[in-house]
Write a protein that binds this ligand. Structure first.
Ligand code: AP5
Ligand code: MG
Length: 209
C-alpha cells in the first residue's frame, strides 16, 4: 500500500502516521524528519537546508526529489509506505509518478486557527522524534519524552513568523495538489479535527481497514 499524507503544517500527518504504521506494517517516510536528521548531523545537505526550514520555505525540488528517490529504493519500502510531507509541489508529484505509483492520497482537512494552536504548542523529542502538544498531548513529565527520557524541544519553524510563512507556502505551492490528485481519482479527504484516535478511525475507515 502506497499512501501519501497531504495537509497543512500541523494537520497531524506525523501524529497519525505514528499511530498507523504499526497497524499497517509500513515505513513512515517524512521528508521533514529526514531533513531535520540531516540538520542535526550537520551533513552537507543539512547545512544547505537549515536556514530554509527555519524560515518556513520549501527546500528546492531537486534536493527533495533526490532524497525521496534514494529513500524509496531501500528494502523496507518494497511493500509500500506512508509518505508524509512529500510531494509538496506539482513538480515533486510529477517526479514521484516516475519513481513509484501511488494508491491513495489522504488529505487531512484542518482550519488555520486550529493549525496555529497545534503548532504553537508542539514539542518534539530531540532523540526519538516523538510528537507532543503542551495541552492536547502532554508528556507525563514536562519537557521529558515518555518513551526514552529525551529532551523535548520547540522546532525552529514553530515560531510565529515561520508558521505564517509555512501556511502561505502551503496555500501557494502545496494546496494545488488537492485538485491535481483529485483529478487523478486517488484523493480521499478526511476531517482532521478531533482526537488523534478519532482521526485515525476516520482514516482507517476511508482506506477500508
Ligand atoms: P514537515 O516536518 O513536513 O512540516 P509540515 O508539513 O509543516 O508539517 P508538520 O510536521 O509541522 O505537521 P504535521 O501535519 O506532521 O503535524 P503533527 O502530527 O506534528 O516539513 C518541515 C520543513 O521541511 C518544511 O517547511 C520544508 O522547509 C522542509 N520540507 C519537508 N518536506 C519538503 C518537501 N517535500 N519539499 C520541500 N521542502 C520540504 O501535529 C502538530 C501538533 O498538533 C503536535 O503538537 C500534535 O501533538 C498536535 N496534534 C496532532 N494531531 C492532533 C489532534 N488530532 N488533536 C489535537 N492535537 C493534535
Ligand atoms: Mg510532521
Amino acid at each position: 500500500m502506497k499512501l501519501i499524507f497531504l495537509g497543512p503544517p500541523g494537520a497531524g500527518k506525523g501524529t497519525i502516521s505514528d499511530l498507523a504504521v504499526d497497524k499497517l506494517g509500513l515505513p513512515h517516510i517524512s521528508t521533514g524528519d529526514l531533513f531535520r536528521a540531516a540538520v542535526k548531523d550537520g551533513t552537507p545537505l543539512g547545512l544547505k537546508v537549515k536556514g530554509i526550514m527555519a524560515s518556513g520555505g520549501l527546500v528546492p525540488d531537486e534536493l527533495t526529489i533526490a532524497l525521496v528517490e534514494e529513500r524509496l529504493a531501500r528494502k523496507d519500502c518494497a511493500k509500500g509506505w506512508i509518505l508524509d510531507g512529500f510531494p509538496r509541489t506539482i513538480p515533486q508529484a510529477e517526479a514521484l509518478e516516475k519513481i513509484a505509483g501511488v494508491d491513495t492520497v489522504v488529505n487531512f482537512d484542518v482550519a488555520d486557527a486550529i493549525v496555529v494552536d497545534r503548532l504553537s504548542g508542539r514539542r518534539m523529542c530531540r532523540s526519538c522524534g516523538k510528537i507532543y502538544h503542551v495541552k492536547n498531548m502532554p508528556p507525563r513529565k514536562e519537557g521529558v519524552c515518555d518513551v526514552d527520557g529525551g529532551e523535548l524541544y520547540i522546532r525552529d519553524d514553530d515560531k510565529e513568523a515561520a508558521i505564517k510563512v509555512r501556511l502561505e507556502t502551503y496555500r501557494k505551492q502545496t494546496a494545488p495538489l488537492i485538485d491535481w490528485y483529485g483529478k487523478k481519482g486517488s484523493l480521499l479527504t478526511i476531517d482532521g479535527v478531533g482526537s488523534p484516535t478519532e482521526v485515525l478511525g476516520r482514516f482507517e475507515k476511508a482506506i477500508g481497514r
